[in-house]
Design a protein around this ligand. Structure first.
Ligand code: PLP
Length: 403
């Protein structure tokens, strides 16, 4: 009885990346150093000038707009998505949301009844299990294969054992940078179709594919499954995560239900929608994305090669997104010593994160909250200078670890 928080609210784990920011500030103050920050989940560059100009121009749209989004933007997003993925969406199958994060949230609220299981492919974006639980669902995480690729057999078993309502994954993947192959995507479609469940494909990093390749979309498979829901948005591709715009593309039944929910909650500001429409039409913005992908690929090449040269760290080459996910578990149990002779043992990924912060002055995100405590996630969305400096510091700090 009384004014108390719900069980759901009490069960929410605060975002690991946010608590890390506090820790970074503490270490910077205590040691009088500046930390090289490889935690960023966002590009290190912002929107192009034409897109920025469109934002202030959009200010004239000051009245309430249509709940599912501006008609021009919805048509354009359908057109761009169909062009890039081979899908066949019409404008009324697109709903614009406050970032891709709230797109996933509202989809969960539209499809889950209390206790419904959602199978999530691990390692996963930290938000997935939380957002399922917030909607009253029950997250069921399925481990990847050792090479971080999806384990289709275990996924099929988890879907059937838990009588899942949905299957959720990201490709290119945050945190691994793995890009699912067409065969793997076909496998996921098959599993979802056979179980007759929702397949939720988060493709926010689709434009971040390295080595001149493209990241296959779930809709580029031979026979896309009709109950597939696409989560996408411009945050990463145009460097505008703070503008908070994302979108859903899916079967009309779902987009209608989602719009009904959003009618009572929220939809993105109209000036932002106007500027995002300009961004998707802008050749200048597309060129900026290509330049960014080339830079992050160079960072990947030097950073992953460097990491693999450090005894005790192994890191597969990411094919996309802008992260690398390195196995550091061979260093668990090792000890580091402070100048005043105090020692600490690296016991797990949080311990490794703290070691990197205090001894290498490098911030990276521990793998635990991504569902893989053996690993660390490093963001490549930084300058080449920071990549090189971080690598040097990590190399030196690891060489000083002892038994
Ligand atoms: C896999 C994945 N999906 C969705 C999002 C959310 O993006 P947005 O900024 O559009 O909310 C992120 C952000 O980090 C992400 O990594």
């Amino acid at each position: 009885m009384g004014a108390r928080l719900s069980e759901i609210a009490r069960g929410v784990t605060p975002s690991a990346t946010l608590s890390l920011k506090t820790e970074i500030a503490r270490v910077e103050k205590a040691y009088g150093v500046s930390i090289i920050d490889l935690t960023a989940g966002q590009p290190d560059v912002g929107p192009t000038d034409d897109v920025l100009a469109a934002l202030s121009e959009g200010g004239r749209l000051h009245k309430y707009g249509p709940i599912p989004g501006e008609p021009g933007l919805r048509s354009l997003l359908a057109e761009v998505t169909n062009h890039e993925t081979g899908s066949k969406f019409s404008a009324d199958q697109i709903v614009v949301t406050v970032g891709a994060k709230s797109a996933i949230d509202v989809v969960m609220r539209a499809i889950l009844d209390p206790g419904d299981a959602v199978v999530i492919l691990a390692p996963y974006w930290v938000t997935y299990p939380e957002v399922v639980a917030i909607a009253g669902g029950s997250p069921v995480c399925v481990a990847s294969r050792a090479d971080l690729r999806p384990d289709l057999q275990k996924t099929a078993e988890a879907v059937s054992r838990n009588r899942a309502r949905a299957l959720l994954y990201s490709s290119p993947s945050n945190p691994t940078g793995v890009v699912y192959s067409r065969e793997e995507l076909e496998g996921l479609s098959r599993i979802a179709r056979e179980a007759d469940i929702w397949l939720i494909a988060d493709e926010v990093y689709r434009t971040f594919a390295f080595d001149g390749g493209t990241a296959p979309s779930i809709f580029s498979t031979v026979c896309p499954y009709e109950n597939t829901v696409l989560i996408d948005g411009p945050s990463k591709r145009f460097g505008i995560p703070g503008w908070r715009l994302g979108f859903i593309a899916g079967p009309q039944e779902l987009t209608t239900a989602v719009s009904a929910i959003l009618g009572h909650t929220s939809n993105p500001p109209r000036p932002i929608q106007h500027a995002v429409e300009v961004a998707y039409r802008s050749e200048q913005a597309r060129e900026a994305t290509r330049t960014m992908v080339r830079r992050y690929q160079q960072n990947r090449d030097l950073f992953v090669e460097g990491l693999n040269g450090i005894a005790g760290i192994t890191c597969p080459l990411p094919e996309g997104a802008f992260y690398c996910f390195a196995d550091v578990s061979a260093l668990y149990g090792k000890v580091y010593t402070y100048d005043d002779d105090r020692s600490e043992t690296v016991a797990d990924s949080t311990g490794f994160r703290n070691f990197l912060l205090r001894k290498a002055f490098v911030a990276a995100v521990e793998g635990g909250p991504f569902g893989m405590d053996t690993h660390m996630r490093f963001s490549l969305a930084v300058s080449e200078h920071d990549c090189k400096a971080a690598l040097e510091n990590i190399r030196k700090a690891v060489s000083e670890l002892h038994d």
